[in-house]
Design a protein around this ligand. Sequence first.
Ligand SMILES: Cc1ncc(COP(=O)(O)O)c(C=O)c1O
Length: 472
Amino acid sequence: MSGLDHPPVVQHPSYGVTPAGTDRSVAAARHLWGHFTNQGVWAGGTVPTVVRGEGVYFWDGAGRKLFDGLSGLFVVQVGHGRVELAEAAARQARELAFFPLWSYAHVPAIDLAERLAWLAPGDLNHVFFTTGGGEAVETAWKLAKQYWALRGRPHKRQVISRAGAYHGTTHGALSLTRISPYVEPFAPVVEGASEAPSVNAYRSDQVFWDDPAGFGAWAADGLEKAILDAGPDNVAAFFVEPVQNSGGCFVPPPGYFERVRQICDEYDVLLVSDEVICAYGRTGGYFAYGDLGYRPDIVTTSKGLTSGYSPLGAVLVSDAVYEPFASGETYFKHGFTFGGHPVSCAVAWANLDLFEAEGLVDRVRQLSPSFRAELEALKDIPIVGDVRGAGYFFGIELTRDQATRERFTEAESDRIRAYLNPALYEAGLYCRADDRGDVVVQLAPPLISGPEDFRFIARVLREVFTEVATGL
Ligand SMILES: Cc1ncc(COP(=O)(O)O)c(C=O)c1O
């Protein structure tokens, strides 16, 4: 009887009672609808409840202290419990809690837009605020459509995204999200989104294993093919993450983005860099496209912009894409009541102040190699296949055979995943074994983490992966 068949059962006792006197687990199962959550598990009394955070840690309702190896959800860059951000929110709420950006501007939005334009390399000088990442993606698609219509190319309305990518869950963003179990229940979604290859080098054809540049050219050619299949006159934009999260931190192969840019230029397709995860230090710069050295037309961001202390998204737009909207004869027919909320903009400003004061972007650049080295050292465990990523954003893919990269069967993958998540949690590490496809553990700790934290992460992973390897 192996340990793998008996994953630890993490107990989540109810965290007290609600103000109405209801046991909180019961109230949660009855009234709170979790996102991507199996309510049946909650109804069974298992409601993981998080109650407090400080620095790189949070505490759950059972009083356990966990290392936040995922920054909540790639969000809490500056760590939990930062008084500076709480105070910035309170100050702004006292000054002006709300005003929309519909024909009026307010001070926190003006100042933040200027600061983002200044931080963004190149001519991404115009900022459209949203409340989150999916809204930013919706905004970019609609902007691309209206842009091409104003340029006299009204048929350019379709979009392309990469295999396995996640771009959000609203109908438009969902069309770009290429994870079929998330899309199928809602079909038909917005028409006109097609697929280009991902840059999953580890799972590429074996001929590319020692030829990353060849793989990059192949993947970029796949974009060209997708544009030609849809008809260049119909394609408005290509959406791409600098480092693709879904599937586990796919970094672009050498030459990939150069070729993608050329293709986009050749066929008049806008290049949208979806940096909802990658921006604001995650991959080691304020904007990942700057680090990777390509020139997008539109950049979508959210998560780390406020470190999660208040919701906000920002779409950055190039001078050229902004130009037809600049004359005063027309306007972008799009908006959200809470997009660019004053409190969120003030929090983002204070968050960026912390980035500067604590040199977080430089910190990530300097310390990323030691984080990588800790994770690479796990390769002496026979099931650790690939360690990939950038900055403070890594994925570790498990394999049956390091030499052949043999995949686990579906049943084995399910067993491993069922074991990994509770075992890691029990050991004090909150991170994620991606619940689709190949078994990949994802790590994205707060940017304030350091070498001691990397050692802790590696120690826990070593223990748990070794258990898995021996239990197979
Ligand atoms: C690359 C990317 N785009 C868009 C989104 C959607 O963001 P949100 O959940 O804020 O709508 C996400 C969410 O994780 C993402 O990773």
